[in-house]
Design a binder for this molecule. Structure first.
Ligand code: PMP
Length: 430
């Protein structure tokens, strides 16, 4: 007899391509989730899982935070989408963001991180009158044709056009240069060799799409200096780092202020959002009509449920001690994992920043994507599959980051650490 999970998965296969809303949601077994609470997920057969996926990072407070649910319910009593005029709620949220984020003199809203990066790049091109953009190998900035390339490339594809999808338009991509992360010299060279052509650099200030490759402070400071010297717009893509590592984004931690920044994910605790923030001189084009105007359409931009969720999420994240706790939990988990790795004599290391973590299966330092090619993908995948079989939820793909939330207390982590210990013991014996 089929389980509920199997029955639902079979129905999904019939009516949804691949049976999932994206291949990135595949877990390796048919699991139909039915309920989420704090650090836990429950499937249609009543099994409990510990969630380290946290909705691709959108969930930083834990699932279904009561303050967010209450704010949405209260808003829904008076408002749904109007799409005309202005709402005081939109202004309140914009004011909170302008106060929290160093680069934000003005903000605009859309519905996803991909939209935010698309608009940031269009805005940078309009502002500079130039075409070229620079992104870094291993970075991810969304699904659109300007940037959906050169993520986890094979060694042979590094530096060449390596699209993430069939059907992409090369004409849209050929103005995107791919350079190595943490290498300001390569950026300066490129801009010098292409004078007056580069509109923008888009960079994850911590490259969480390679796991957790942290930008050297000097690299970000150099990008700031080079872009200012050459009239290039510096964009920090803080879709993962924003709200998760600090209310003001990683820019508030590292002390380098970009011209524009994009946010999404953790800003709402799980409701659709994209935020574009930046210098007034650039942002004001979004509000213009006619000459020099940048069109930032979107029926659902700033839908009230999402606005209420941002406001409530910021309220929760602004409580004293929240980030200390997230960082303390992350440090505890990484410290314990490193202890386990040492005990079993594996060539691996816990990596991460704050509440983002993963295990790299290589030893030694790393600062760009090519260093990660040392990862033992086979061990990485065996580790991941064993943990997922033990009812831990995260992506079964090498180098992918995992998350934790404020609901992951030490007891939750200790249960997972026990499983990590037996899994690592097995890997060490093999
Ligand atoms: N930028 C970064 C750094 C991301 O990690 C992501 C999503 N993983 C995006 C942009 C795109 O965001 P969304 O999935 O909301 O379109």
């Amino acid at each position: 007899m089929s389980t509920n999970n199997e029955t639902i998965a079979a129905r999904a296969e019939a009516v949804i391509p691949g049976g999932l809303l994206s291949p990135s949601r595949r877990l390796g077994a048919p699991i139909a989730f039915a309920r989420a609470e704090g650090a836990y997920l429950y499937d249609a057969d009543g099994n409990r899982y510990t969630d380290y996926h946290c909705a691709f990072g959108a969930n930083v407070l834990g699932h279904r935070p009561p303050a967010v649910a209450a704010a949405i319910a209260e808003t829904a009593e008076n408002l749904d989408l109007i799409g005309a005029g202005v709402l005081e709620l939109e202004v309140e949220v914009a004011e909170l963001l302008v106060n929290a984020i160093p680069c934000a003199e003005q903000v605009a809203f859309c519905s996803s991180g991909s939209e935010a990066t698309y608009h940031a790049l269009r805005l940078a091109r309009a502002h500079t009158g130039r075409k070229q953009i620079i992104k870094f190998q291993g970075g991810y900035h969304g699904w659109h044709d300007y940037v959906a390339m050169n993520g986890q490339s094979s060694r042979q594809m590094i530096g060449s056009y390596d699209p993430m999808s069939d059907g992409m338009l090369f004409d849209a991509a050929r103005h995107t240069a791919i350079l190595p992360y943490n290498d300001a010299g390569a950026v300066e060279d490129y801009i010098r060799k292409n004078p007056g052509e580069v509109a923008a650099i888009i960079v994850e200030p911590i490259a969480h799409n390679m796991g957790a490759v942290i930008a050297e402070k000097q690299f970000l400071a150099d990008l700031r200096r080079i872009t200012s010297e050459h009239g290039v717009v510096l964009i920090f893509d803080e879709v993962i780092t924003g709200f998760r590592h600090a209310l003001g984004g990683y820019q508030s931690i590292v002390g380098v202020t970009p011209d524009l920044a994009t946010f999404g994910k953790a800003a709402t605790s799980g409701y659709p959002i994209g935020i574009l923030a930046g210098r007034r001189e650039i942002m004001e084009r979004v509000g213009r009509t006619g000459e020099g105007a940048v069109f930032m359409g979107g029926t659902f931009n700033g839908t009230p449920a999402s606005m209420a969720a941002v406001k409530a999420t910021i309220g929760e994240l602004a409580r004293p001690g929240v980030y200390e706790r997230l960082f303390e939990l992350g440090a505890y988990l990484r410290g314990e994992i490193d202890g386990i790795i040492a005990r079993h004599g594996l060539k691996a290391q816990a990596a991460g920043f704050g509440s983002v973590w993963l295990v790299y299966f290589f030893d030694g330092a790393f600062r760009d994507y090519t260093d990660l090619l040392r990862n033992d993908n086979d061990l990485d995948m065996r580790f991941r599959r064993a943990l997922i079989a033990g009812r831990q939820v995260f992506q079964p793909l090498q180098l992918k980051r995992l998350y934790l939330s404020l609901s992951h207390d030490r007891a939750v982590l200790d249960d997972t650490l026990e499983l990590i210990d037996t899994t690592m013991a097995g890997l060490a014996r093999s």
